[in-house]
Design a protein around this ligand. Structure first.
Ligand code: GTP
Ligand code: NA
Ligand code: MG
Length: 260
């Protein structure tokens, strides 16, 4: 029989994070069990372990079409308590694992025991994956269906979620590409050039040296210097003509004045 690469054992994965970030609930979701609801006060007070054979992982990841890449026989997952009094159990769990999941409640950010867990993992040079939890349900509570954008097959019905960081820039390429591709795919009619001018006034102001200026968004059509225009005024319509057209620099905000 053909064999590719060495025999692999099951990786041991520890699940860490502040109390109530949803560690046990996530495992319940994977296992299709209900352990969390049976816990006293909904608090995990001991270490738990669950073995996931690769068949099950294959089944739960089928939609990602990556079957062929699964090489390990399974995955052993260790659940830990997030309550502050169980630091010893988190330390134990993190010391025996090969890899970890750090669960963060997206509404709460990095809480105390999450930071403690991160420090444990850092001190042992353990690789980990961050699971940002709880976001989708909050949208559901608002009556909205949402999905991670790369899994969303019914755009328009289901809103896309793109994880981003405005500090590191992660996710920004995904966000931009999605916006452009989605718009050009679903709004072709609306985005087709027409001759009829469609233009909305944002602001009217008097600028020294220019006189009265109007900030407008030209939605469609073309404006020329010398064109006669009609705008709404307090005392009725104002008929005037365009003396000059100024456009903000590309990649610069309208509010940022560029000195030429
Ligand atoms: P400890 O083990 O006590 O540290 O908590 P934990 O991290 O295991 O969290 P647990 O699974 O007990 O979940 C805490 C609460 O959050 C429960 O009421 C869960 O039902 C709820 N919860 C977990 N995940 C989600 C989620 O994705 N969305 C929402 N809305 N609630 C969630
Ligand atoms: Na809990
Ligand atoms: Mg728990």
């Amino acid at each position: 029989s053909k064999k590719s690469g060495p025999d692999l054992r099951s990786p041991i994965c520890c699940i860490l994070g502040h109390v109530d970030t949803g560690k046990t609930k996530l495992l319940d979701c994977i296992r299709r069990t209900n352990v969390q609801e049976g816990e006293a006060g909904g608090i995990t007070q001991q270490i738990g372990a669950t073995y996931f054979p690769t068949e099950n992982i294959r089944e739960r990841t089928r939609e990602l079409k990556a079957d062929a890449t699964l090489k390990v026989p399974g995955l052993l997952v260790i659940d830990t308590p997030g309550h502050e009094s169980f630091a010893n159990l988190r330390s134990r769990g993190s010391s025996l694992c090969d890899i970890a999941i750090v669960v963060v409640d997206i509404m709460h950010g990095l809480e105390q025991q999450t930071i403690e867990s991160l420090n444990l993992l850092k001190s042992r040079n353990t690789e980990f994956i961050v699971a940002l939890n709880k976001i989708i349900t909050q949208f559901k509570e608002q009556g909205l269906n949402t999905a991670l954008y790369y899994k969303n097959r019914e755009m328009g019905e289901t809103f896309n979620i793109v994880p981003t960081s405005a500090v590191s820039g992660e996710g920004i390429p995904d966000l931009l590409l999605l916006l452009v591709q989605w718009a050009q795919k679903t709004m072709e009619d609306k985005l087709t050039f027409v001759d009829e001018v469609q233009c909305t006034v944002l602001e009217v102001k008097v600028i020294e040296g220019l006189g009265t200026t109007i900030d407008v968004v030209l939605v469609n059509g073309v404006l020329h210097e010398g064109d006669q225009i009609v705008v709404c005024g307090m005392q009725g319509p104002i008929v005037t003509s365009i003396r000059a057209l100024l456009t903000p620099h590309p990649m610069k905000e309208l509010r940022v004045k560029v000195i030429l």
